[in-house]
Write a protein that binds this ligand. Structure first.
Ligand SMILES: NC(=O)c1ccc[n+]([C@@H]2O[C@H](COP(=O)([O-])OP(=O)(O)OC[C@H]3O[C@@H](n4cnc5c(N)ncnc54)[C@H](OP(=O)(O)O)[C@@H]3O)[C@@H](O)[C@H]2O)c1
Length: 314
């Protein structure tokens, strides 16, 4: 009997050791080895298309892709910012650029013009980055303007953009689609309900698409970061766990060819592992505390703003 208990214990320990060794190896390969074994992104095609390319993570991706030898199509809503970012890329990296000015809040009618703007280009990479948060503050569902914002949320834009470039990629049997999701999609996030729900859509959409088209030469990578310093997070102030956007884009692009689902950088991977290994009841308690704190902050701010709740799209 003692021998049996010993064997079962040893088997369980071995299983645990193998599991953790495998995870450690995967993490090492994706976040350390990938720095030295970078995929040559030009093999996917000459042009990369980046949505939301005029600031934050999108701009950092556009710069990094240009630095690695790609010509860039920049898509965003401000013509002035687009001109400035395009000029910057051309002078710093000597790559060609094309700009498409559009507002993703305008719904399905915008895609014909975007398709026209992409006509004739050998597009190897699409970065579905543009995304929005509804408020600089945490908000209850009824405090956001309307669920119609689904027209310009990530649950609609990546599929539409992917439809524009995927057929040509399949014909050439090569292509890379990078969808920027968020860690906010890995667990339910009260006070960020729509954001959290649409991000899990992006994650599932990416993972399904990758399985559907992998054998046709297409890679679909889902990047789900924690916190990156950008306009979207500026109200949160300095935070030791947040990453600067250029460093984030560099690390995240290194993971191409090494992972199809990643948090993008080592620091975020460690934070995610820490969060996901918590038992669900702890996550529920933390969500409850977060919700109570947000309630207090909201009440305080609503007093300060005479009851007018702040609203901002990104
Ligand atoms: N920052 C983070 O911590 C974090 C974490 C996880 C995931 N993400 C995701 O990363 C992506 C980029 O976020 P970010 O933090 O880099 O945001 P950001 O700094 O606010 O940049 C957003 C970009 O999208 C453009 N944009 C916004 N609304 C648009 C619209 N309606 N039509 C066209 N372009 C529009 C902006 O153009 P303008 O310059 O004209 O505003 C800007 O170029 C989002 O999908 C976000 O959910 C961010």
């Amino acid at each position: 009997m003692e021998r049996l208990v010993f064997c079962l214990g040893a088997a369980a320990l071995l299983r645990l050791l193998l599991k953790w060794s495998w995870r450690a190896w995967c993490g090492f390969r994706v976040h350390v080895l990938s720095r030295f074994l970078q995929v040559d992104l030009r093999t996917y095609g000459r042009w990369a298309v980046v949505t939301g390319a005029t600031s934050g993570i999108g701009r950092a991706y556009a710069n990094e892709l240009a630095r690695r030898g790609m010509d860039i199509v920049l898509i965003s809503r401000s013509a002035e910012k687009l001109r400035q970012v395009a000029g910057d890329i051309e002078s710093r990296f000597g790559r060609k650029t094309r700009v498409i000015q559009t507002d993703f809040t305008e719904g399905p009618s915008i895609y014909a013009a975007i398709e026209g703007g992409l006509q004739g280009l050998d597009i190897g990479i699409l970065v579905n980055n543009v995304g929005m948060n509804y408020s600089e503050l945490l908000s209850r569902f009824l405090d956001i303007p309307s669920p119609d914002c689904a027209n310009h949320d990530p649950g609609v834009v990546p599929p539409q953009m992917t439809r524009l470039v995927l057929p040509r990629m399949i014909e050439r049997r090569k292509g890379l689609v990078i969808n920027i999701s968020s860690e906010a999609g890995s667990q339910p996030q009260p006070m960020l309900a729509m954001y959290s729900a649409t991000k899990i859509f992006v994650t599932y959409f990416s993972r399904c698409l990758d399985a559907e088209y992998r054998l046709r030469g297409i890679t679909v990578q889902c990047v789900a970061p924690f916190m990156v310093f950008t306009n979207m997070t500026r109200h949160l102030g300095v935070n030791p766990l947040a990453k600067r956007a250029p460093e984030f884009a560099w690390e995240a692009l290194n993971t191409v060819g090494h992972a199809t689902f990643t948090s993008g950088c080592m620091s975020h991977a460690l934070q995610v592992r820490h969060t996901l290994t918590k038992p669900t009841y702890i996550v529920d308690i933390m969500n409850g505390i977060m919700s109570m704190q947000a309630n207090r902050t909201l009440t305080h701010l609503h007093h300060e703003c005479n009851g007018v709740s702040q609203y901002k799209t990104m």
